[in-house]
Design a protein around this ligand. Structure first.
Ligand SMILES: [Zn+2]
Length: 387
């Protein structure tokens, strides 16, 4: 089923906190980069919203979120109405902070959870440390700043790290994805793509560098929300459409720098219901199929409970699944992650191999149950259901 795909950058700072660009400059860059939305996350403030920046700026809309920023455990939060008491939230414990955000019906994400910092440039680590927390919506799974800064730990620094940065990125960190996979097996945790962008101006060996210019960052890690209806022209309606999809996890994370992933689709179909990303579906009476489509060939890996169950160089995947659990997909291009789906959760019972007490059932076989369940006699109803 075709959906409407809208791209956005998440986690960006303006002069309302420690970014170097005004909202006007940021949104001009967003328009140039072809973004549909930017979730601005100035530290511990609602000022952009209070100043009326929550609106369309050309063809891109700004959605004012915030980054609640104690020393460690940064929390990205986003929502519709103003987040009250945001300035003092950094003094709360991480769990109290998540609770306070939830109470106001905002959405929370654990920000850049494995950010290590760079010792030689005195960049401190801002990782997420308190993993006892619960009730947050999701976590950052790939962050441009974290990925790039790790390259600065090399002994030899060359300027191509800056000029040809994309070739030096390594993708989401294994430790981040492993933790995400584990958490997803216990409950719903949505993945978020972050850029953590300030457009910092830094000096290195007498030369000034902008790391990264907003427009460059906006062309890298994006979040593509998938909507059933086109985005409304009315700002408040459009913002709700985007935030509802974000809250549900109905989006994927991608690296758009080399290839536009628009048209990517990932669903699980149990014959009666089709679950989108972020959704839950029960194993079907008959067949349950995992379906993915990509605009171009890529190296696709399908993961079940964190383990790869299918790897294929292709532009589509169609596999039958028989086990409950969490399914997600990663696609690689140019040796770098290109698309990271949000997961789909599958419930229900795996078909049991019939080995004990056959009772009235037919013969017991040594072989595990065949993959296909024998179809019932077709009836008139079934034929109608084929449509
Ligand atoms: Zn941060």
């Amino acid at each position: 089923m075709a959906k409407y795909d809208y791209r956005g950058a998440v986690h960006c700072h303006s002069t309302y906190s420690d970014g170097t660009g005004s909202v006007e400059e940021i949104m001009a860059a967003a328009n140039d980069a072809g973004l549909d939305f930017v979730i601005l996350t100035d530290h511990d403030t609602m000022k952009p919203k209070q100043e009326g920046e929550d609106k369309w700026h050309g063809s891109a809309m700004l959605i004012c979120g915030t980054e609640i920023s104690p020393e460690k455990n940064h929390l990205i939060a986003v929502g519709e109405e103003e987040l009250k008491d945001v300035e003092s939230m950094k003094n709360l414990s991480p769990q109290e902070c998540i609770n306070a955000v939830n109470k106001q019906d905002w959405i929370s994400f654990l920000a850049h959870p494995d950010h290590e910092g760079v010792e030689k440039f005195d960049v401190p680590s801002c990782k997420w440390e308190d993993w006892s927390v619960q009730d947050y919506a999701g976590m950052g799974i790939w962050d441009l700043q974290t990925d790039w800064q790790e390259q600065l730990n090399r002994d030899e620094l060359t300027t191509d790290l800056y000029t040809d940065f994309a070739r030096h990125l390594t993708g989401p960190k294994d430790e981040t994805l492993n933790r995400w996979d584990e958490l997803c097996q216990k409950g719903k945790v949505i993945g978020l793509g972050e850029i953590t962008n300030h457009n910092f101006k830094r000096e290195y060996e007498g030369k000034e560098y902008q790391i990264f210019p907003y427009e460059t960052a906006f062309r890298t890690i994006q979040n593509h929300v998938l909507l059933d209806e086109p985005l409304a022209k009315d700002y408040a309606v459009a913002r709700k459409q985007v935030l509802d999809a974000v809250r549900e996890g109905q989006y994927y994370i991608s690296f758009d720098f080399w290839d536009d992933p628009t048209e990517f689709a990932f669903e699980i179909d149990n014959g009666e219901t089709v679950a989108p990303m972020g959704g839950t579906v029960e194993l079907g009476e008959e067949v349950t199929e995992l379906v993915a489509m990509l605009p171009e060939d890529a190296l696709i890996n399908v993961f079940h409970n964190g383990k790869s169950i299918h790897e294929e160089e292709a532009n589509e995947v169609l596999i039958e699944i028989n086990e409950p659990g969490v399914y997600r997909l990663e696609a690689m291009r140019n040796d770098l992650t290109w698309i990271l789906s949000n997961p789909i959760w599958v419930t229900g019972e795996a078909p049991q191999p019939e080995i004990e007490e056959p009772e009235e059932e037919e013969t017991v076989e040594e072989e595990p149950a065949a993959e296909e369940t024998p179809a019932e006699e077709p009836s008139a109803d079934d034929e109608q259901a084929q449509e």
